[in-house]
Design a protein around this ligand. Structure first.
Ligand code: V47
Ligand code: SF4
Length: 396
């Protein structure tokens, strides 16, 4: 917290900003009003000093990533979220893809010889993907590769299938976990404010339902992430409200691992006219979330979405996680205008991205067990890490 002490010596520092900085040094929680004040008034440099002090206090220079791949069963969807670059395809269903069980298992099997520890399943919502479909899919993945961590779907899909199957959330989530679900990604949260949510994500699970399904998963002893889609039609007060609801649930369950702010990208969707946030605003947002969410261990920058350069900068603004070495199996972002059109980095490349800004690349599994420190790893002299980590594969 030395850098914050230096900041506090500045006599010209605004009294409210001083008070917030003092709170940070004492590890006191900031209020919703103070959070809003940071959004409205705090300079980037000030936010960076505070957020980086918190980040380094918690994790030092450690910067986490994992080796994962994405499975997107479909890019067609019954919903029409205005920010989504998929939803247009419902009218042109034939142009999209809709994988069946066997096709998805083929994708899973195509990673048999690759050192991945996690599959992240995400995509559109369609009637044929019902309760039994997902239960069978999870069971089949676990039968094939038991160690592969399934980070599967969001409350958007679960709400839809449970409702159709006339099953309670409690019963439904229990069955998903029994079938093999390990954790839940943070998607579908968008913005919790009901009025904004209704404008951008009409019809899909509401905020209360999103939070409740996470709560149930946490009660079952499993972890999940939380996202916030920002930089579209919401105002700062809506971001504060969003994070306040997350902080409250986290106080209750402690089940969230990581908060992931998702910058709205404006290509190929119904909000093309909405200007994207600037890099400065993105960094301010990372920093404020790090300062406000005192009960979240990790803040993640999703590098395929913001690009490597901004991701590197974010590491000085509270971020300690860069997601994974993701293959180009995810199309959500390249279709929405993300920086990285074909997002894939080898472990060596990702380690270099992290090391070149003075941080320590740590490979983790989904629940943040540390698997390998690449700080001093000699990629030339040693075996290529992208082939050496082998997980057991059954039923080839
Ligand atoms: O809920 C869709 C977002 C989310 C756009 O938990 C968009 O580790 C910006 O949640 N511009 C799904 N964002 C992805 C997601 C995620 C990603 C990476 C890691 C994790 C994790 C979770 O993607 C959706 C929506 O908020 N999204 N379209 C867009 N045009
Ligand atoms: Fe469907 Fe998800 Fe896109 Fe909304 S964000 S239209 S629920 S795929």
């Amino acid at each position: 917290m030395e850098s914050v002490q230096i900041l506090l010596k500045d006599r010209s520092l605004d009294s409210k900003l001083r008070h917030i900085a003092e709170k940070v040094t004492k590890k006191d929680r900031i209020s919703d009003e103070e959070c809003l004040f940071l959004y409205e008034k705090a300079p980037l440099g000030y936010l960076g000093v505070l957020a980086n002090a918190i980040r380094e206090d918690r994790h030092g220079h450690k910067t986490y990533f994992n080796r994962n791949f994405h499975v997107e069963p479909t890019n067609v969807c019954v919903y029409t979220c205005t920010f989504c670059s998929y939803s247009r395809l419902i009218k042109k269903r034939s142009e999209g893809w809709e994988y069946d069980h066997d096709q998805i298992m083929d994708i899973i099997r195509s990673y048999d010889n690759k050192p991945v520890t996690e599959v992240h399943i995400v995509g559109g919502v369609l009637p044929q993907y019902n309760f039994d479909f997902y239960v069978d899919l999870y069971k089949a993945i676990k039968a094939h590769r038991p160690e592969l961590h399934i980070k599967g779907l969001t409350p958007v899909e679960y709400h839809y299938v449970f409702k159709k199957a006339k099953i309670s959330y409690e019963e439904g989530m229990k069955k998903m976990v029994e079938a093999g679900l390990d954790s839940m990604p943070g998607g579908g949260a968008e913005i919790f404010d009901e009025e904004i949510r209704d404008k951008i994500a009409r019809g899909k699970c509401n905020s209360e339902q999103w939070l409740r399904i996470h709560e149930i998963l946490h009660e079952l002893g499993h972890r999940s992430n939380a996202t916030m889609l920002y930089g579209h039609i919401e105002e700062f007060k809506h971001r504060v409200d969003h994070m306040a609801r997350l902080r409250k649930l986290q106080d209750k369950t402690g089940g969230f691992q990581t908060f992931i702010p998702l910058k709205f990208r404006n290509k190929n969707n119904q909000m093309e006219h909405v200007e994207e946030s600037t890099a400065t605003e993105d960094l301010r947002n990372y920093a404020i979330s790090r300062i406000y969410l005192d009960n979240f261990d990790h803040i993640k920058a999703y590098w395929p979405m913001i690009g490597r350069t901004l991701a590197q900068l974010s590491l000085a603004f509270g971020v300690d996680d860069l997601d994974g070495t993701i293959d180009d199996t995810t199309k959500i972002y390249s279709m929405a205008g993300s920086e990285e059109q074909s997002p894939a980095l080898s472990t060596e490349q990702l380690a270099e991205v992290i090391k070149s800004v003075g941080r320590q690349p740590i490979e983790r599994d989904t629940v943040y067990n540390e698997l390998m420190d690449y700080t001093n790893y000699d990629f030339k002299a040693n075996q290529d890490p992208d082939v050496f980590l082998q997980l057991p594969v059954l039923n080839k």
